[in-house]
Design a binder for this molecule. Structure first.
Ligand code: DX5
Ligand code: ZN
Length: 220
C-alpha cells in the first residue's frame, strides 16, 4: 500500500495556479494535484470549473485529481476527464447513477472515484466498490479548506479498509479534510493510503518540504 500525497490547490494562490502546482512537484513531491471543484449548490462555496482544469492539466507536471463537489456529476464529470483530469471523484450523495458514471469515467480513460460526506455510511455502497479505483472518505464537511479534522471519521476509514480487503480489491482509500502533521498518522493507521492536504502544504513556509514530511509520517 504505497502512500500518496495530494496537495489541494484550494489553499494555493489562485492567481498563480501553474506556479503553485510546480512548487509541490518534482522528486519526492506530490503524487497528484487535488483540484476542488465547487458549484455553490452541493457546497456553499464556488471555486473553478472545466476551463481552469483544462489549462492546469497542460501547465502542471503532476496529474490532476479532481474532486467534484457539485450537483449533477452525471452530467459534468465526463467533461473533466476530457479536460485532462487523471482521476475524477464524484459525490455519492449527488450522483443519480453512480455505477453508470464510474463506468463512463473509466471508459474515457480516467480513474473513477466516489466520495462520501461525513454522515454518509460506506455500507450501502459495498457492492459498488469493484466499479471504483478510489474511495474518498471526507474528514470534514466539504466546502472549505482549513477546517478541523473529524476524529469521528476514523472508524469509517477502518471499516472501508476492511471492506476493500474482504473483496480483495486494489482500490485506493483517500482522506480529505484537516489532514496535517498532527492527524496523518491516525489516518494511515486506520487504513488510508492517499492523503489530501491543503492548508498543511500551502500554508507551510516550504510546501515541497511539507509534502515530503507528511509522506514520511504516513509511511511510518
Ligand atoms: C474541502 C476540500 C478539501 C480542502 C482540504 O471541502 O475538499 O480538499 O482543500 O483542505 P485542508 O487540508 O486545509 O483541510
Ligand atoms: Zn477535496
Amino acid at each position: 500500500m504505497a502512500v500518496q500525497i495530494n496537495p489541494s490547490i484550494l489553499s494555493a494562490d489562485f492567481s498563480r495556479l501553474a506556479d503553485e502546482a510546480r512548487r509541490v512537484g518534482g522528486p519526492g513531491g506530490a503524487d497528484w494535484l487535488h483540484v476542488d471543484v465547487m458549484d455553490n449548490h452541493f457546497v456553499p462555496n464556488l471555486t473553478l470549473g472545466v476551463p481552469v482544469v483544462e489549462s492546469l492539466s497542460r501547465a502542471a507536471d503532476t496529474p490532476l485529481d479532481c474532486h467534484l463537489m457539485i450537483e449533477e456529476p452525471d452530467r459534468w464529470a465526463p467533461a473533466y476527464v476530457e479536460a485532462g483530469a487523471g482521476s475524477v471523484t464524484f459525490h455519492a450523495e449527488a450522483a443519480a447513477a453512480p455505477v453508470r458514471l464510474a463506468r463512463e469515467i473509466r471508459a474515457k480513460g480516467a480513474r473513477a472515484s466516489m466520495a462520501l460526506k461525513p454522515a454518509t455510511p460506506i455500507e450501502p455502497y459495498e457492492d459498488l466498490l469493484p466499479e471504483l479505483d478510489m474511495l474518498l472518505v471526507m474528514t470534514v464537511e466539504p466546502g472549505f479548506g482549513g477546517q478541523a479534522f473529524l476524529d469521528i471519521m476514523l472508524p469509517k476509514i477502518r471499516r472501508t479498509r476492511q471492506l476493500i480487503a474482504k473483496h480483495g480489491l486494489e482500490l485506493w482509500l483517500q482522506v480529505d479534510g484537516g489532514v496535517s502533521a498532527t492527524t496523518i498518522e491516525r489516518c494511515a493507521e486506520a487504513g488510508a493510503d492517499v492523503f489530501v492536504a491543503g492548508s498543511a502544504v500551502y500554508g507551510a513556509a516550504d510546501p515541497a518540504e511539507a509534502v515530503r514530511s507528511l509522506r514520511s509520517m504516513a509511511e511510518e
